[in-house]
Write a protein that binds this ligand. Structure first.
Ligand code: HEM
Length: 163
């Protein structure tokens, strides 16, 4: 009898615990979405790569603005650091159109994607040196020429058709 009671007690405790979890689980997706908004995340439906790219775009835009006037070197370096971090996160991911490429060409496609990511990181280092050396015009030319060129060509190769 004693055993039966304690077993029932255990069961009811487990039942209560399970019940307590239900609202938590039901709320979880909403809480996650909320968290995303609180962090200024507007692309929660997008792929992880897309999110890194959006972060890169925002930092690049700010960098270009900062370069319009002298004396903003600290912020320029900060923007470059943000971009570099996004590239580090993006380079271990896969291109968006991987599934559209025939299976036997996928390894080469991934290598090409990684090569362009490595080039991007190299360009960001060059930009960093231009800022550190006090050559804002070199930085602007690197953005207007090689950086945007690399971006556009990479997007042609690696974005999904409907993107
Ligand atoms: C400074 C350079 C870059 C910037 C600012 C940039 C920015 C962006 C932005 C804003 C998007 C979102 C879609 C759009 O608006 O077109 C995007 C998507 C994408 N970018 Fe970049 N990008 C850069 C370089 C690159 C490079 C070098 C690669 C490849 C090695 C790349 C691969 C992709 C891919 C695959 C997508 C589609 C992601 C998805 O939807 O899953 N991007 N990029």
């Amino acid at each position: 009898m004693k055993h039966a009671l304690s077993a029932r007690r255990v069961l009811s405790v487990a039942g209560l615990a399970a019940l307590a979890l239900v609202p938590a689980l039901a709320l979880a997706p909403r809480a996650r979405a909320q968290e995303g908004h609180e962090q200024g995340e507007e692309h929660e439906q997008e792929t992880p790569l897309h999110q890194e790219m959006e972060g890169m775009k925002d930092a690049l835009k700010d960098l270009a603005n900062q370069l319009r006037a002298p004396g903003n070197e600290e912020q320029e370096l900060q923007d470059l650091l943000v971009m570099e971090r996004h590239v580090l996160a993006a380079k271990v991911l896969e291109p968006a159109n991987m599934d559209d490429v025939p299976a036997d060409q996928r390894p080469a496609h991934l290598t090409d994607f990684r090569r362009d990511m490595a080039k991007l990181l190299g360009l960001l280092s060059q930009l960093e040196l231009a800022v550190l050396d006090g050559h804002p015009d070199d930085a602007k030319n690197l953005i207007a020429g090689p950086l945007l060129d690399l971006r556009d060509k990479a997007h042609d190769k690696f974005q999904k058709e409907e993107d």
